[in-house]
Design a protein around this ligand. Structure first.
Ligand SMILES: [Zn+2]
Ligand SMILES: [Zn+2]
Length: 106
């Protein structure tokens, strides 16, 4: 009889699946609930408004939604920066998780 030993090492792909987890682009702290500043993301060309969905969606180029998501993640910020960051005062933010659902990525 052998005890089931689960390997301790986790494959890096585990993390890649979590689009809402990562580093804040401003304070560089790890956040489990990354947000995206809609106002800034639209300016950066990461997000665009979709009239059908009446919401903001990823600005996908060449049908590569993964690339678009990585771009969004590079601009993502943590909750603290979204709420307290002076540069985002009056800006609208959304959770990356919600963006993921809106884009039906996975
Ligand atoms: Zn932050
Ligand atoms: Zn902003």
């Amino acid at each position: 009889m052998q005890a089931a030993e689960s390997p301790r090492s986790r494959s890096p792909s585990d993390n890649a699946k979590r689009h809402d987890e990562g580093r804040c682009s401003e304070c560089t702290l790890l956040s489990r609930k990354l947000r995206l500043c809609i106002t800034c993301a639209v300016k950066a060309g990461v997000l665009k408004h979709n009239d059908d969905k009446k919401d903001f969606v990823l600005n996908v180029e060449n049908n590569d939604i993964e690339v678009a998501f990585q771009r969004a993640k590079k601009n993502a910020i943590c909750r603290d920066c979204a709420l307290d960051g002076v540069q985002h005062e009056g800006h609208k933010t959304m959770q990356l998780k919600r963006l993921e659902m809106l884009n039906n990525a996975f």
